[in-house]
Ligand binder design. Structure first.
Ligand SMILES: [Zn+2]
Length: 405
């Protein structure tokens, strides 16, 4: 049954924010027809009648009228997509983290925290977690992404500095702690592992039990458009989340989630916004009496590759438009020990250059957008090959854009 994940009705303040967001969306020429007859909702039942919006709608609205923060700076971040152009999200200085800290005390002043989310290139997570650290008032170290050759010296440094908390995308955490386990590294002081950007990977529980037996997981859930929507603690199920009070999560009859931002200072016009994630309302095993949502993963054209969102049809179309390429297909290899590889298979045209695979690789890595940062840091995680045939479904004859191995 369709339901909002909240214990309370809309307040007057929240209804006023929704009315302003509705005005902003109505102001966009291509969205006007959808929102023209929609009255500002005063109750959750009325909000349920407001049409939903998708990623494309939000990008159109943001480019029609780029938002500006009332105080401090207006920061722009990319939220992935394809190699074509980054999708973006805006946020003011502070990235709304005071409200996250109010609900979620993952870090405390006695922590020594390492920020292992990749930094720069307009990615939000690294920057966002630093804004959180300002509220937690702990000791913090900005690590960013590591390459394999750096794991040993940095892990030794963390052990010597008695690091108590480490945060990153689960696919990165898995490589770090998998390596630590293999190398026999012990981190007895590590108590907390923060994650954001992907679902928790159960393999981490096994590796942490050996490398850092005192460590427990603390998660944040959200997107660059909605910012942090919900949090969980070690007592919660890893896939179950408690929304922060100014984030309204709705579960549709089809189990698709949509999000509405209720806080006055939120810049992105997020109103019944569908991210492609599915979920359901559940009771969390932590016993917290507030509402909880179990996130079931994506049901759209987006995949997460090493923590970065990739729009599969957009990327395949972009590659097929490159000189000499007739058709492209993505194959994601996800070996049990981590270290996913994206293989791009190409059917070429008769006049294709013998260098077409190198050219396509250069196009992907050099775009600077979407997953290109992953391939710049881990060149072996991208393989481009010219083939005689793509993987097809023997029964239907269909050739999917994406194959998982
Ligand atoms: Zn819980």
């Amino acid at each position: 049954m369709s339901k909002f994940v909240t214990g309370t009705e809309l307040t007057g303040e929240h209804a006023a924010k929704i009315a302003r967001t509705l005005d902003a969306l109505r102001d966009v020429p291509s969205l006007r027809a959808r929102y023209d007859g929609v009255a500002p909702p005063a109750t959750l039942a009325e909000l349920e009648a407001v049409p939903q919006m998708d990623k494309n709608d939000l990008q159109v609205a943001l480019s029609h009228r780029p938002p500006r923060a009332a105080h401090g700076a207006t920061w722009v971040f990319q939220s992935g997509g394809s190699t074509g152009a980054p999708q973006v999200g805006y946020a003011p200085t502070g990235l709304y983290m005071s409200r996250v800290y109010e609900q979620w005390k993952a870090l405390t002043p006695d922590d020594v925290f390492v920020n292992g989310w990749s930094a720069g290139k307009m990615w939000g997570a690294h920057f966002l977690v630093n804004a959180y650290v300002d509220h937690a008032r702990c000791v913090a170290m900005n690590l960013g992404a590591m390459v394999k050759e750096e794991y040993d010296p940095w892990l030794e440094f963390f052990a010597n500095r008695k690091v108590t908390a480490f945060g990153g995308t689960p696919s990165v955490l898995r490589l770090v702690f998998g390596h630590a386990r293999e190398a026999g590294v012990k981190l007895p002081d590590l108590r907390k592992v923060l994650f954001l950007g992907e679902a928790w990977d159960p393999q981490l529980d096994e590796d942490l039990a050996i490398v850092a037996p005192n460590a427990r997981r603390w998660g944040m859930f959200g997107s660059t458009e909605t910012w942090v929507v919900a949090t969980n603690t070690p007592e919660c199920a890893a896939d179950t989340w408690h929304p922060i009070p100014t984030q309204l999560v709705h579960v549709g009859d089809d189990e698709m989630l949509d999000f509405t931002c209720l806080a006055d200072d939120v810049l992105n016009p997020v109103l019944r916004y569908r991210t492609g994630d599915a979920g359901r309302v559940v009771a969390c095993p932590c016993g917290h009496d507030g509402p909880a949502v179990q996130v079931l993963g994506r049901r759209d054209n987006l995949i997460k590759f090493r923590g970065h969102l990739v729009n599969v049809p957009d990327l395949v179309a972009d590659l097929a438009a490159q000189p000499g390429v007739a058709r492209a297909q993505l194959v994601v290899h996800e070996p049990a020990d981590g270290g996913s590889v994206l293989e791009v298979l190409l059917l070429t045209t008769a006049d294709a250059s013998p260098r077409v695979a190198e050219d396509v690789r250069g196009h992907i890595v050099g775009s600077g957008f979407g997953p290109s940062i992953v391939f710049q840091r881990n060149p072996q995680s991208l393989q481009v090959r010219v083939v005689d045939a793509l993987h097809g479904n023997a029964r239907t004859g269909k050739i999917p854009d994406l194959v998982r191995r």
